[in-house]
Design a protein around this ligand. Sequence first.
Ligand code: FAD
Length: 313
Amino acid sequence: MASSPTHPPLPPKPSEPLPSDCCGQGCMPCVQDIYEQELKTWKRECERIRRGVGPEEASSVLSPDSYSPCTLVAVRSETHDTNVYRCRPADGQVLRARPGQHLILKLETEKSSITRQYTILLPPRYDQESSSELSEFEVMIKLYPEGRASKIIAATWYVGQVAHWRGPIGGLEYSTNSVQFVVIFAVGTGVLPMIPVVESIVGDDEEEARVEALLGFRSMREVLAKQRWKDIAGYWNVKVDIFLSQDEGGDGNVRHFGEIHRRKMGPEDIAPRIERAKQRDTLFLVCGTTDFEKFVIGLLKASSIPECRIKKF
Ligand SMILES: Cc1cc2nc3c(=O)[nH]c(=O)nc-3n(C[C@H](O)[C@H](O)[C@H](O)COP(=O)(O)OP(=O)(O)OC[C@H]3O[C@@H](n4cnc5c(N)ncnc54)[C@H](O)[C@@H]3O)c2cc1C
């Protein structure tokens, strides 16, 4: 008869990403980096449990290196398939984040665990200097009918549930007036990191950079964070263009966004912006599906835009 272990059950081993999970574009961190970090954390945790040592004392700030339990305190619907989840870290932990950063969510499945990355939706008018610590944070998550994480979130995330997060990671290091022009190409949930980034630019009284944002969605009902984009589009130094690839029209209340184009964002929209921006000191921000990012970065490189002027989220 097999002897039962004398220690509590070990956590499930993280699942290895599939080759198709990597977009091959040098993301930082790449899915493989995240997997290796997960594996190290898992081995450390198993070793700790086997040796009967108690959990490490929690730090007061959410950390990129270890997961913290966070309680779901509110859920609100953003669109038909996207929700905003408000989470409160346990034990009075806080989150220190800057615009464009994301967190890593770990979800346990029966046999293993999976991780997914989600942008921190910093509050509007978030001031890094005066309110750099958040006792609650929000993420906006689009749920895909066939998505592995999506299915778990849709089935199990109710107020009071606990989820495990680590971070923050990534983000944009931007200092006031470091460029003259910021051009954004983003589609779908890729627009989310751009919101706090642009808000931090327009919220800075000293900032003189102009921002041009080209945002793509399938239809008006899929536009994410409508009110925040409307507010952003109201600033003197921002121009927002929304591309709706499958929208037939009919929504009259759209003028506050700036310009609405009822077609897919294409090279005829992107290339002239790159050419125009080349005459000024410009930073290009890109985020969206793998294909979209490859396509835009290809156009930027073909126009000899140096890598230090391109930020992919
Ligand atoms: C840095 C970073 C930040 C991110 N921030 C957010 C965020 O704030 N909000 C958010 O909702 N997502 C965000 N994502 C995407 C997120 O991490 C997951 O990839 C997404 O939630 C799908 O996970 P899943 O397990 O449900 O789907 P998977 O099981 O991984 O995929 C199943 C199917 O869903 C579809 N799918 C998956 N991801 C996408 C996508 N991004 N676009 C189009 N189709 C897709 C595909 O058809 C795919 O075949 C971010 C990703 C990165 C890398």
